[in-house]
Write a protein that binds this ligand. Structure first.
Ligand SMILES: CC(C)(COP(=O)(O)OP(=O)(O)OC[C@H]1O[C@@H](n2cnc3c(N)ncnc32)[C@H](O)[C@@H]1OP(=O)(O)O)[C@@H](O)C(=O)NCCC(=O)NCCS
Length: 334
């Protein structure tokens, strides 16, 4: 019997903005078609937080409120809140702090984690360290992105990709044998900074009239380089975690991949030898919500999961960052 604490997800809730931007509407904004976007990316529509003056903390706080209500938890019971985001409300203070303030979480500490589209993996690993060591007993992990705030809707090569959403997860310790986060393989390679970034607005290129004129506050991506790296690295690391833990494709209930591009997801599933039914996909409805995409899949497909199901989480993103996790689901979802 393993008596060491393991980190488990005990509940999940999401917030999605009401506004839907579909390919039809997008094709009136830039020179593109539904056919091109569906065949190259696989996104049909994405949610957009339209309201002025609302940022990632708004969506995160709404998801947290739902989570507290669903689990009958008082805000003061939470001892830590982490927020994974590349679209914080402001460069500082941390969006985690703002979410705590908006939800009455007064007995907690926390901070933001920026790991691009691998944000969920990196923040869940961090969360697990606090839970396993006993330093946190009841934590909320928020992943939230207002990608539309940095998407250039005149650039047809990037604007079909991204969407907005937030997910809140309750993370708690368990001593139940075999449940929870069992293994992770995580990587960074800073060479990726040349291929996917938001150039201006930080300390290297503070905002100026010039940076605004050059549209440097928007996402820049060398799509083909990112695509090639994503396909090979996400597939490699997913196979690596299987081999490391002697898992066969039969042992895996579901692959929960980052939702960047249908072709990347399919290539990863194929390399793992998984049947299509085991690969969970919702990219058509929500697009790429960066670090929020894996939690959004977990939230949407939660009812499918049975206690003991083996899930593999896999992601690749800006940085470059990438990795995979071996997770055993801890409850029968109702
Ligand atoms: C963005 C992406 C879909 C582009 O697909 P691609 O096959 O690489 O396409 P290319 O960039 O080579 O462009 C091919 C052509 O399509 C055109 N094109 C690009 N976007 C288009 C759009 N939305 N509609 C129509 N045509 C488009 C290009 O201008 C180019 O035309 P040209 O040949 O006349 O120059 C693809 O590179 C990709 O998915 N990259 C990874 C993105 C990603 O996942 N990022 C996040 C990582 S977490």
């Amino acid at each position: 019997m393993n008596t060491r604490n393991k980190a488990v997800i005990t509940a999940v809730e999401a917030f999605l903005p009401d506004y839907i931007l579909d390919n039809e509407m997008l094709s009136k904004m830039v020179d593109t078609t539904d056919e091109w976007i569906m065949s190259r990316i696989g996104v049909k529509e994405r949610r957009i937080l339209k309201e002025d003056g609302l940022g990632t903390s708004h969506m995160g706080a709404e998801a947290v409120k739902k989570l507290l209500e669903k689990t009958g938890t008082k805000p003061e019971e939470i001892d830590m809140l982490l927020c994974a985001t590349v679209s914080p409300d402001m460069l500082f203070p941390a969006t985690a702090n703002i979410i705590c303030d908006k939800t009455g979480i007064m007995n907690a500490w926390g901070y933001d984690i920026n790991a691009g589209c691998s944000g969920f993996l990196f923040s869940f690993e961090t969360a697990a360290s606090f839970i396993e060591s006993g330093r946190s007993k009841k934590m909320i992990l928020v992943t939230g992105e207002r990608m539309s705030a940095m998407t250039d809707y005149t650039d047809r090569t990037t604007c079909p990709l991204f969407g907005d959403a937030a997910v809140a997860m309750m993370i708690e310790p368990t001593q139940e044998d075999g449940a929870g986060l069992l293994d992770s393989i995580l990587h960074v390679d800073g060479v990726g900074r040349h291929f996917l970034y938001q150039k201006a607005g930080g300390s290297m290129y503070p905002p100026t009239e010039e940076t605004l004129k050059n549209r440097e506050h928007y996402i820049y991506q060398d799509g083909q380089t990112v695509f090639k790296n994503a396909v090979s690295r996400m597939a490699d690391v997913s196979v690596e975690i299987m081999e490391k833990n002697s898992l066969t494709s039969q042992d895996i209930a579901y692959l929960v991949p980052h939702q960047a591009n249908m072709r990347i997801i399919e290539a990863t599933g194929k390399r793992m030898g998984l049947q299509k039914e085991k690969i969970l996909i919702n990219i058509a409805k929500f697009g790429n919500t960066a670090g929020t995409s894996i939690p959004l899949v977990i939230w949407e497909f939660e009812k499918k999961f049975k206690k003991g199901d083996v899930l593999i989480f896999s992601a690749f993103g800006a940085g470059f960052t990438w990795g995979s996790m071996y997770y055993k689901w801890a409850y029968d979802s109702k």
